[in-house]
Design a protein around this ligand. Sequence first.
Ligand code: DP6
Length: 352
Amino acid sequence: MLGGGQQGLSAFPFVAGCSMELRKRTVVARAGTNIALVKYWGKRDQELNLPRTGSISVTLAGLETVTSITVDPALEQDHFELDGRVERGLPLGRVVRFLEIVRGLAGTPRLFARVVSRNSFPTASGLASSASGFAALACAAASAYGLDLGPAELSALARRGSGSAARSIFGGFVEMEPGVAPDGKDARAHQLLPPSEWPLRLVVAVTTEAPKEVSSTAGMALTNDTSPFYEAWVASHSVDLEEARLAIIGRDLEVLGTVMERNCLGMHACMLASRPPLLYWNETTVAVIRAVWGLRARGTPVWFTIDAGPHVKALCTPEAATRVRAALDAVPGVVRTIVAAPGEGVRVETTP
Ligand code: DP6
């Protein structure tokens, strides 16, 4: 397992000295998905996938991607299999684009790979498979291609695949820095608190089996380009980050929950004001929001957040989790609920 601290201040110090022996090798890595408590929504650079703002998340236990990568001199192109299905088109393109970055750093432009990934949670569960997916792929690919990366560099690399993946490199409560460097070397995450230090629960209320219609990448570009409220949300973001960070360090769930809800609702308000409007919610989403507010009015410490989809994620204490789950299960339209605890960061399962 990788350490939780920040290491290596330069982005990719290994590049100059890296020489990869051309032999077949397989590495397996495992990463948990994460849920943002203070959101990332919008980019300052598309190509390098640099976020406009920082974000804070919790990495989840048991909701994981396990990825095996085999680099093989005999291959003439990359292959990608997800949950037993051979992927082509966009999903393959995203993986190939990422592997090209890794190959560029390793200096092995013609060494292709077979990537086999499996998610331990359903794709339409509202849990971000790109976060755990690209974190696991970054870790496995860096090792298979012989790159010697510390956690901070690995986080910056995972960001190239998906912004939220940069956070899944670390366990527990994690903060992503937007960075200021034009090359993105300082746009990476670090750990705020290990998972064992604050054993909260996240109850996910799945509100439909349908896949989402607008990807996060497309949705945030639309908001960024057209929403008149977007700059106001960005301007209010640093206060939210500061308050959430202090609440996590001080284990203050009420403050964290309050910031989490307002930051999420502000993000969705920006989406609604986009042109054309972007609404990720369905009727059940609203019913679950009301159920969370009802629980809270009756004394249960629970707050919600919603990502780029209609599912609702409720944060509460371990003691309240059974009550929260039962209440959300009882909301008409809720398909199922999943309860998760804070979990570890990315780790290699087998080394070459
Ligand atoms: C609403 O990380 O999926 O979940 O960088 O374009 O791959 P890309 O976007 P992605 O966006 C996540 C958006 C979010 C909020 C968050 O996780 O911070």
